[in-house]
Design a protein around this ligand. Structure first.
Ligand code: CA
Length: 368
């Protein structure tokens, strides 16, 4: 029936939205670093990283220049690296041009990246104390300026709790090249000096945020629908009720302001004196050991689905089919079923996860 077909297609679109959002067609010629719009703080450690397929392009023709000055390009591990000549510096605004010839047609492919350079001023001082005792934030809002890139595309507005003696500039380092500075100087993005409202121009991966938010909306909608309002006929899904999340999804298509705090108080579940937390992307996103189909770290590599730390491998080790006799798919379904019940092992409260039973009973869940 037409109505049934509509419902099936509607739900199919909902399921595919987050997936489509994270699917990326591999580009065989990419400037990995710097990114479009990136703010560089340290010229001495600056270099260009280029990924180019030697199957499609002649790597001996790879050329790069910044502001008309040629760079020295050399093979790296695993990508090509281009460095500034000795004595050459970056300007406040820079244009990088990289080109390479295709094997098949000899036609040059060109990538252009515009980025900026702004060394930290002497007025900016890092405080080791803030690492162990972060400044007490009262409010924080993220104003998205544009969604075309993920560098320098948002302004962070922060206020601190009364009594905190905050310096005019509060820098925080994201990585070797990326430092953001919360400022109450009245300069740049900060409108008024000394009003207690700090601002910082920051990077924000809006596409990643949109994908995750769409996924959350979908999961919430599935929970609202309830298992008794969805029926399957063979591989065909028949929905009696369709939650209206279209407007919420549409709102994710344009820039917005995101409130980050106040957040509910968190109960410490990890003893920092007895725990080791590893966050470096070279470890947690190691492409030879992990698998990330959405490439959330944006390095162009999705990793190995059979990697030693991948979800598939770890679940297989826990299932231990050879020893337990429990097939992997049955083990995973039983594990998920545990989350569909009232279950909160940390706080002894009631954590109700709905919608999982619907997902697990779907034909695609049985298949995958
Ligand atoms: Ca201010």
């Amino acid at each position: 029936m037409l109505s049934d077909r509509f419902y099936v297609e509607f739900w199919a679109v909902l399921f595919l939205l987050p997936i489509i959002g994270c699917l990326q067609i591999p580009d065989q010629f990419v400037v990995i670093s710097p990114e479009q719009g990136q703010l560089i703080r340290d010229a001495e450690n600056f270099s260009v990283e280029i990924m180019v397929s030697s199957e499609l392009f002649d790597p001996t023709t790879l050329e790069a220049e910044i502001n008309g000055v040629s760079l020295t390009v050399s093979p790296g591990d695993p990508n090509f690296v281009a460095s500034l000549p000795v004595g050459q510096t970056l300007d406040n605004s820079n244009q990088l041009v990289v080109s390479v010839l295709g094997w098949s047609d000899g036609v040059p492919r060109i990538r252009q990246v515009e980025f900026s350079m702004e060394p930290l001023s002497r007025a900016v001082v890092f405080s080791e104390k803030f690492v162990t005792e972060p400044p007490p934030i009262e409010t924080a809002e993220l104003q998205i300026l544009h969604t075309l890139g993920r560098r320098q595309n948002a302004i962070l507005h922060v206020t601190f709790r009364a009594g905190f003696d905050a310096p005019t500039h509060i820098p925080y380092r994201v990585d070797a090249q990326t430092v953001f500075v919360l400022s109450d100087s009245g300069l740049g993005d900060d409108e008024f000096a000394g009003d207690g409202l700090y601002t910082a121009r920051v990077d924000f991966d809006f596409e990643n945020f949109r994908t995750r938010k769409s996924r959350d909306l979908l999961m919430a909608a599935l929970g609202e629908a309830g298992t008794d309002e969805l029926q399957f006929s063979g591989r065909e899904l028949v929905a009696k009720k369709v939650p209206n999340i279209g407007s919420s999804l549409a709102s994710l298509a344009s820039p917005m302001t995101i409130s980050l705090v106040p957040a509910p108080p968190m109960v410490a579940t990890v003893d920092s004196e007895r725990a080791l937390m590893v966050r470096d992307l070279s470890v947690v996103a190691d492409p030879s050991r992990t698998f990330d189909p959405c490439d959330t770290d944006g390095d162009g590599a999705t990793g190995d689905p059979n990697g030693a730390w991948s979800f598939k491998t770890l679940m297989g080790q826990m299932a231990n089919t050879a020893g337990t006799g429990i097939p992997l798919d049955i083990f995973v379904r039983q594990w998920l079923a545990g989350w569909a019940k009232n279950f909160d092992p940390l706080n002894g409260g009631a954590l109700v996860v709905t919608g999982l039973s619907t997902m697990m009973s779907s034909p695609s869940a049985k298949r995958d």
